[in-house]
Design a protein. Structure first.
Ligand SMILES: Nc1ncnc2c1ncn2[C@@H]1O[C@H](COP(=O)(O)OP(=O)(O)OP(=O)(O)O)[C@@H](O)[C@H]1O
Ligand SMILES: [Mg+2]
Length: 419
């Protein structure tokens, strides 16, 4: 901290001396004392203080002096040191000088000569105390302003960081959705291709048998006709699944762009459902699972048929895989479709498998949630079902909690998506 100074100005040496002895006794510990015999000299002292960046705490000045008068000195000093305290001493009570000092400067007290020593000391003590307090307040003010400025800067920075994190999150989310989409498409293609391969290899085996029997002249007419029936069914399965895979591939670009993989159309729900189940026959055949469907024959809906294919494929594959121990356990899958009065249809899907533990029900629609990662599952099936039902078909899907009776899903979708 720089020096704190008390400056005394009087053209009478004797007055200065008496001020010196009184001030030295009481204030020299905390303040440097400066003395000037004229206004000019006082201003020189002040100029030095400015140069050395010292503080003028208090000026005590005589009023009547040759050259600059007390009120003029005070007015000049006030310009440069508005915070300094000012006391004027004078023998000749001069109202004009005091008025000037009050109006143009910042006169703290007026003391008449000769002064009462105790009165003078008390006045000076009060003046410097008041000066110290004001300086302290000023200092706090500066600190406060700096703190506010710093906090404002920090808040602005935080806001900018938040904005950029938000942008990154949005970008990451978009990438994740796209990534999920790619994985989802791959997943979806896997099923029809798998079904197609199974059907084709089954047909190949049958064909080899038939060829062998034919070459050995062991082929009966019934066997040949049976083979033809099987071949027609097998080829239909292969074709339907290859078409499904081709549609998925060609629609991937569309799906990625606007989620419209297949045209909206009116179709007979029951018929389409049967077609889906037929395409899953190769998978279902190898299990001991019975599927029963309860759907009004005439039910027509206006929606995206391909989406229902994805929904049922996922649900049924999940039942086989998770509910019935990869198809080894026997059981039933029941699909009940009911048109409602409010223009929706409800699809009640239930299996009698091992069921979904209540504690994982809240997570099964989350992307990548699977209890079978060790068998290479990706945990996207139910997420895809959820997205299709809620986003594309504008409906809802819930997993009902009903242990230990197997899994149960309730899907509600509008029967005319354009309404
Ligand atoms: N019918 C069901 N019976 C028992 N558990 C099921 C059934 N359907 C789904 N689950 C549970 O929900 C989880 C999430 O299913 P989801 O279809 O999303 O993933 P996944 O089948 O494990 O993997 P992916 O479908 O990607 O191959 C499954 O891992 C399984 O624990
Ligand atoms: Mg699945």
């Amino acid at each position: 901290m720089n020096r704190k100074v008390i400056l005394c100005v009087d053209d009478e040496k004797i007055v200065l001396e008496s001020l010196r002895s009184e001030l030295e006794e009481h204030f020299s510990d905390d303040y440097d004392l400066e003395f000037a015999e004229s206004g000019g000299e006082a201003l020189e002292v002040i100029a030095d203080l400015v140069a050395t960046q010292d503080q003028l705490a208090l000026i005590i000045t005589d009023y009547l002096m040759p050259g600059l008068k007390g009120d003029e000195i005070l007015a000049t000093i006030f310009q440069q040191h508005p915070e300094s305290k000012q006391i004027m001493l004078t023998g000749q009570a001069n109202l004009e000088g005091i008025t000037n000092a009050i109006n143009n400067a910042k006169l703290y007290r007026y003391i008449s000569k000769p002064w009462e020593k105790s009165d003078l000391l008390l006045t000076i003590t009060e003046a410097v105390k008041s000066y110290e307090q004001e300086m302290q307040i000023k200092e706090h003010h500066v600190v406060l302003e700096e703190t506010v400025r710093r906090r404002t800067r920090e808040l602005e920075q935080t806001l900018m960081d938040l904005k950029s994190s938000q942008e990154q999150l949005v970008a990451a989310e978009k990438m994740a959705v796209l990534g999920g989409l790619v994985a989802g498409i791959a997943h979806e293609i896997n099923t029809p291709v798998g079904v197609g391969v199974t059907a084709a290899s089954h047909l190949e085996n049958q064909l080899q048998d038939i060829v062998r029997q034919y070459r050995n002249a062991q082929l009966s007419r019934e066997e040949y006709e049976q083979f033809l029936d099987n071949a027609v069914e097998g080829i239909q399965i292969i074709l339907r699944n290859l078409e499904a895979a081709a549609n998925l591939v060609s629609s991937f670009k569309l799906v990625a762009v606007d989620q419209s993989s297949e045209a909206l159309r009116e179709f007979k729900f029951n018929e389409y459902l049967k077609a889906i189940l037929l395409s899953l026959q190769p998978e279902i055949k190898q299990t001991r699972i019975k599927i029963t469907v309860d759907c009004p024959e005439s039910l027509m809906i206006n929606s995206y048929p391909g989406d229902f294919s994805q929904i049922f494929t996922n649900l049924i594959m999940n039942s086989i895989l998770h509910g019935f121990n990869n198809g080894r356990d026997p059981g039933t899958i029941t699909i009940s479709v009911m048109p409602q009065d409010n223009g929706t249809i409800t699809i009640d899907y239930a299996d009698t498998g091992k069921g979904i533990p209540p504690d994982i029900i809240p997570q099964i629609f989350d992307p990548f949630f699977t209890t079978n990662r060790q068998s290479g599952r990706s945990g996207l099936g139910m997420h895809i079902v959820y997205n299709i039902v809620t986003h594309r078909l504008k409906g809802s899907v819930v997993c009902k909690d009903r242990p230990p009776q197997g899994a149960h899903f309730l899907i509600t979708v509008p029967s005319n998506i354009q309404m």
